[in-house]
Design a protein around this ligand. Structure first.
Ligand code: ATP
Ligand code: MN
Length: 465
């Protein structure tokens, strides 16, 4: 089979089997030369670098070579040779070339170099063909792999939380509805409201905003667990850090308090960044050269010191004393805005910051109440350029306190009876957090818009394909 004989460019670039016969398949980045000799830069996606194919033009059919244009897909068989040219160590001297698919030079949208990221976003179907997106996708893969490896090596079990959920305790108001009812003629109750008993699941269902509650159920049986799946938020925030569909990693740990939770968050983030530095250096160097000359320094810099740990109240005091004129005025009780988070991380501490003990009013019902009765054991991890990368907490494990909070917030008990049950039967202290996968990829790649680190971004008014 042809496919079995093909070699990856990534491997060939490291090979010294000069004189051996090789076959590569890939997409033409450029072709240059004259009537005697041509140089094809070929890329097969295995690595950021191209391999140079040297063509002795008179030996080849002129019509065939005309089809070798930027964007076309070809197969080359030839001999591997040490390269005389600059910037590469090996090249292929072509013996035969065949065309898998040509690409009309007039029509191919990526014919020229130097397109803006905005333009490339419009052609999401061809975006993987660009060097930038190839690098991002390879790094994304490496990070997903490293996440599973980290948890597996630390004794965590991977739990698949449902994507369709019947519980909307968490995300009321910002969830996507899942229904098979006819929007023009839904079955109605006597009072005119929609009768969801006739819907597919016999009740209202939504796309999940988080796998946390289900992860908690598993943690209270398996000890250490994590989810890693898609989550959905119908919030209308058109920012460079929000998607309507994003991936989240949610570890949940029995017998962990908030300090253990922080230790895990810091250790895991450092592991992932170190993994990227050790395994993705070619792609990181490319992104650094193209977009962000501080990238690799910044990645190294977060590995050096312990992350700063401070209370929400201390954070408010620092912001109040800063003399900075924030758009959202600072006072105890406010939810920290991106401008506040970035002030703390980028200006004040100049390193990642973990804030805990937030006012209960701005955090979710399941977070453990502190003895002061007004703050909860919430945890946010703030990163340079990103702001919040992780949100988590120690969970309320006391049945009476949890029930009181649920009632206080008017959450219908019939929606969370199963969650309450875990505090009734064998409750245990436990903690967890959610790491936004795309926010991690933003940080690691140095890209500035979250739409550029996911293959098919879903944002308000945008779901072309
Ligand atoms: P933010 O305040 O930034 O909107 P959040 O507090 O609503 O985030 P959480 O519910 O705590 O977010 O979710 C946990 C993590 O998921 C966040 O720390 C972030 O990394 C990521 N995240 C949350 N919302 C989004 C989104 N719309 N797009 C991409 N990642 C997100
Ligand atoms: Mn949060």
């Amino acid at each position: 089979m042809e496919a079995l004989r093909r070699q990856r460019i990534k491997d060939l670039l490291l090979s010294d089997s000069f004189g051996s016969k090789v076959t590569v398949n890939g997409w033409v980045r450029t072709k240059r030369g004259n009537k005697n000799i041509a140089f094809i830069a070929l890329n097969d996606g295995s690595v950021i670098h191209n391999i140079q194919v040297v063509v002795n033009v008179p030996e080849f059919d002129e019509e065939l070579l005309k089809l070798v244009t930027t964007g076309s897909c070809i197969s080359v068989t030839g001999t591997l040779e040490q390269s005389q040219g600059q910037g590469q160590s090996v090249e292929i001297h072509a013996g035969s070339i065949s065309i898998y698919g040509s690409a009309d030079t007039e029509a191919y949208p990526l014919q020229k170099k130097g397109h803006t990221l905005e333009f490339i976003r419009e052609i999401a179907h061809l975006r993987p063909r660009t060097n930038t997106f190839g690098a991002v996708l390879r790094i994304r893969h490496a990070m997903a792999f490293a996440i599973h490896k980290y948890f597996n090596d630390h004794g965590f079990y991977y739990i698949h939380a449902p994507i369709i959920t019947g519980s909307d305790a968490e995300g009321a108001g910002e969830m996507f509805r899942v229904t098979v009812l006819d929007p023009l003629a839904p079955p109605l109750n006597e009072d005119g409201t929609i009768n969801y008993k006739e819907d597919f699941f016999g009740k209202e269902t939504k796309l999940t905003v988080s796998g946390q509650l289900e992860a908690e159920l598993a943690a209270l049986a398996l000890g250490l667990v994590y989810t890693f799946g898609p989550t959905f938020r119908a919030e209308n925030s058109n920012t460079p850090r929000h998607l309507a569909e994003f991936w989240m990693i949610e570890p949940e740990m029995a017998f962990y308090d908030i300090h253990d939770d922080m230790d895990l968050a810091e250790d895991m983030l450092k592991y992932l960044i170190r993994y990227a530095l050790e395994n993705c250096s070619d792609d990181l160097e490319f992104l650094q050269k193209m977009y962000d000359n501080e990238l690799i320094n910044r990645l190294n810099s977060v590995l050096v010191d312990h992350f700063i740990r401070l209370d929400y109240t201390e954070a408010i005091n620092i912001l109040s004393a800063s003399g900075t004129n924030f758009e959202f005025p600072v006072k105890w009780g406010i939810d920290l805005q991106s401008e506040h988070e970035r002030y703390l991380v980028e200006k004040h501490f100049k390193q990642p910051v973990m804030i805990s003990n937030y006012p209960k009013e701005i955090k979710a019902f399941y977070m453990k109440m502190n003895d002061d009765g007004r703050t909860v054991r919430a945890l946010d991890v703030l990163f340079p350029r990103i702001g919040e990368i992780i949100g988590g907490s120690q969970r309320e494990d006391n049945y009476d306190k949890l029930l009181a909070r649920i009632n206080e917030l008017n959450i219908p008990e019939k929606d969370v009876w199963w969650y309450l049950d875990t505090r009734k039967f064998g409750s245990a202290p436990h903690s967890g957090f959610g790491l936004g996968f795309e926010r991690l990829i933003l940080f690691v790649t140095g890209m500035s818009n979250i739409r550029d680190v996911i293959p098919f971004p879903r944002t308000p008014k945008n779901a072309e394909f």
